[in-house]
Write a protein that binds this ligand. Structure first.
Ligand SMILES: Cc1cc2nc3c(=O)[nH]c(=O)nc-3n(C[C@H](O)[C@H](O)[C@H](O)COP(=O)(O)O)c2cc1C
Length: 344
């Protein structure tokens, strides 16, 4: 139903407007008695063989929703009916911020890709934490993806990550430190060894001081070199991370079929979707091999089919996430992947 009927209409609208339209309608529909049951019947496929335990959490299936779709945790109950094994909310910053001026989200239909420079638009950690505390579905595993406010200089970035962590610690199941978005000026410099160790140590110290520490993960860019990836593995060991999320969007514009003039006209931003698939898988395979499979990886980047999901899992991902594939393929993609995994 999504691809022949809904998507053609949505794709006539500005990409961010279409996103809000889907959001609002899903929320509204879910309030109509019977709709959540209908959505579950249509989309929620579960099977005992899909369950897996990763960094101490029991996931009903390995297919998650990547960060950025439900930044403010307004839709977690509704998303739970679509069959996701987990949902990562955020990126959340300590203070609310509007993000970059619009337009800031663009489609490249020929490439089945998106370019975004949202810039961490979000309601702020306190509001998001309160919202999560009120949610009805307590079973769905929630990841909390945290970042820094645009106005916070990099020298004080750790304070923002600690603040985001403290605000969300009681309401999320695992944390992701995001230093890999291309849309906050200077953020990716925090992926350098020295600042990154300091930042992660500060968050981890607070985490380990809690009665119930949460798994702490780091999300990385696909644009790192092998030697930078080696550094990441060393840092992960040193700061006792529970895992990595690989990868975020890319700043590369290589291997696109879309008209180069059009791509250039969109300006800066992170590219996601099909053109990212191969590089993201390569990063996952490298990290898995170099860590002897000792560090759980959540694999993301260009998963648009069951075959793409398998590729990530075979490269060493313990879990996978999607965003752009969800926009191009619709909600049935989640159950399509899970059904295929059960068939083996
Ligand atoms: C519109 C949009 C917004 C995003 N916002 C975030 C974000 O706030 N934090 C984050 O860690 N990743 C964000 N991402 C990156 C995704 O979580 C994911 O890592 C990336 O898009 C690759 O997966 P995909 O090809 O399945 O989309 C965003 C992606 C898109 C398309």
């Amino acid at each position: 139903m999504y691809k022949p009927l809904v998507k053609p209409i949505l794709f006539t609208l500005d990409a961010e407007r279409a996103h809000h339209l889907v959001f609002d309608n899903l929320r509204r529909a879910a309030r109509v008695p019977g709709t959540p049951t209908l959505l579950r019947a249509l989309y929620d496929f579960q099977h005992p063989s899909l369950a897996r335990e990763v960094f101490g959490l029991k996931f009903p299936n390995p297919v998650g929703l990547a960060a950025g779709f439900d930044k403010n945790a307004v839709l977690t109950d509704e998303l739970a009916t679509l069959g996701f094994g987990f949902v990562e909310i955020g990126t959340v910053t300590p203070l609310p911020q509007p993000g970059n001026p619009q337009p800031r989200l663009f489609r490249l239909p020929q490439d089945e890709a998106l370019v975004n420079r949202m810039g961490f638009n979000n309601d702020g950690a306190a509001v998001v934490a309160a919202r999560l505390a009120r949610r009805a579905n307590r079973q769905l595993i929630i990841g909390g993806n945290i970042g820094k406010n645009k106005d916070t200089p990099n020298e004080r970035a750790a304070e923002d990550y600690v603040a985001g962590f403290e605000a969300l610690a009681e309401v999320v199941d695992y944390f992701v430190v995001n230093v890999s978005s291309p849309n906050t000026p200077g953020l990716r410099e925090l992926q350098e060894k020295k600042p990154l160790i300091q930042l992660l140590q500060q968050v981890q110290q607070r985490n380990q001081a809690r009665a119930r520490p949460r798994p702490l993960l780091l999300k990385i860019a696909p644009d790192l070199t092998d030697s930078q990836l080696d550094d990441i593995l060393e840092i992960a060991r040193e700061t006792q991370l529970s895992g990595l999320v690989a990868t975020n969007t890319t700043i590369s514009r290589d291997n696109l079929s879309s008209e180069p003039g059009y791509v250039a006209s969109l300006g800066a931003g992170g590219l996601s979707g099909k053109p990212l698939r191969a590089r993201a898988t390569e990063v996952i395979r490298y990290l898995h091999r170099k860590s002897d499979g000792g560090l759980p990886i959540i694999g993301a980047g260009g998963i648009h089919s069951a075959a793409d999901a398998r590729e990530k899992l075979e490269a060493g991902a313990a879990l996978i996430q999607l965003y752009t594939g969800f926009i191009y393929e619709g909600p049935a993609l989640v159950s399509r992947i899970n059904r295929s995994l059960v068939r083996g």
